[in-house]
Design a protein around this ligand. Structure first.
Ligand code: KG4
Ligand code: ZN
Length: 341
């Protein structure tokens, strides 16, 4: 079964051809970071305009690389939420137009479901049940997954998502957008114990909170009169301190993510964890999770970095199961900015 996946939920235009929900034939991603960089975050209107320009070239390239014609497709899987509504509309309208003209079956995929199924695109696939930790720019949540369509939410962020905290801290340090990769890199030469930033554990809860941490970093910067904002990284003289701030902030985020995942595993008596979303690209998080897995005999599944960040292959992977179970979407499909899994 060949499925074309489409994801335009945020600031990446992506299209992918996947065979039987497991084998990537092509996976094209057009990134918009350059456009949003100077604003320190995503500008929704600019994102949707760029999606309109890129959707057809990206889909075309995905088909060309896969040597597949629209007529060869068993179905089209499109992400219909959650995400930026203007961005989602582009992918959904495009998918509906092709399905209408070619009489191709259409399925709608929740973006979070896509992240969960990204791990099924790797050679070593998880079996059910497992605990899923989704950590991205828009989401930080823990689920118990018992099978396709069987998701139980255990916890979610009460304020900022982990990736959002990375992006906001990066902005206040004058390091630009997106913040995750640059903070990840700076942390490698920093001392994670240099500054004791807070960790919001909230006992008895599987929820997360990162806004206090962000404020703590802001207060630290203000208190120490580090006027880093707006400066070019290469001109910053407080290099070591910047590395230490990055490493200490990152240690706080990673400690909480690892500890809460452990709590969830314990509560559900499951020794299998799947991690996905942009923050799952983080080197420290990957290492700490693998270490925890080895120490506690837990199976850890973290997809390769390009499959952790937003991509359409994961939408096609989840879409395969919708198609198999006959869960088709109509041409009246409407995207939604907020959508529970
Ligand atoms: O999943 P994703 O591509 O888009 C959303 O659905 O949000 O995640 C993007 C987020 C951004 O906040 C970005 O800063 C973060 O993932 N990110 C990272 C890393 N790479 C990307 N965070 C920490 N470490 C990284 N290496
Ligand atoms: Zn995402």
């Amino acid at each position: 079964m060949l499925i074309l996946g489409i994801d335009t939920s945020c600031d990446d235009t992506s299209a992918s051809v996947v065979e039987d929900g497991a084998k990537i034939i092509s996976n094209i991603i057009s990134n918009q970071a350059e456009i949003h960089k100077k604003y320190g975050g995503i500008v929704p209107e600019l994102a949707s305009r760029r999606h309109i320009e890129m959707i057809w070239p990206v889909v075309n390239e995905a088909l060309e690389v896969a040597c597949v014609k629209l007529e060869d497709l068993s179905g089209i899987a499109v992400c219909h939420g959650p995400g930026l509504i203007g961005s989602l509309l582009v992918g959904c309208s495009f998918a509906k137009a092709i399905c209408y003209s070619k009489q191709t079956p259409l399925v709608a995929v929740n973006h979070l479901e896509g992240h969960i199924f990204s791990s099924f695109l790797e050679e070593l696939k998880p079996s059910f049940p497992f605990i899923a930790l989704i950590v991205s720019g828009g989401h930080t949540c823990l689920y118990r997954v018992d099978g396709f369509g069987k998701y139980k939410e255990l916890g979610r962020t009460r304020d900022d998502a982990a990736g959002e905290a990375y992006d906001k801290v990066s902005k206040l340090l004058g390091l630009g957008y997106p913040g995750g990769p640059v903070i990840d890199k700076l942390s490698q030469d920093g001392n994670p114990k240099a500054i004791d930033f807070p960790r919001a554990y909230m006992p008895e809860s599987y929820d997360f909170s990162f806004s206090g941490l962000k404020t703590a970093v802001l207060n630290f910067v203000k208190h120490n009169e580090l006027h880093l904002k707006g400066k070019d990284l290469s001109r910053i003289t407080h290099h070591t301190l910047l590395n230490d701030i990055a490493a200490s902030f990152q240690a706080s985020v990673v400690d909480v993510l690892v500890r809460k995942t452990e709590w969830a595993m314990k509560k559900e008596r499951i020794k299998r964890v799947v991690i996905s979303g942009g923050v799952a690209a983080n080197i420290e998080l990957r290492n700490r999770m693998k270490k925890m897995g080895a120490e506690k005999e837990v199976e850890i599944f973290i997809p390769s970095v390009p499959l952790c960040t937003d991509n359409a292959a994961m939408i096609a992977a989840a879409g395969y199961h919708h198609l198999e179970s006959g869960n088709f979407a109509g041409l009246d499909l409407n995207p939604k900015a907020h959508m529970p899994l």
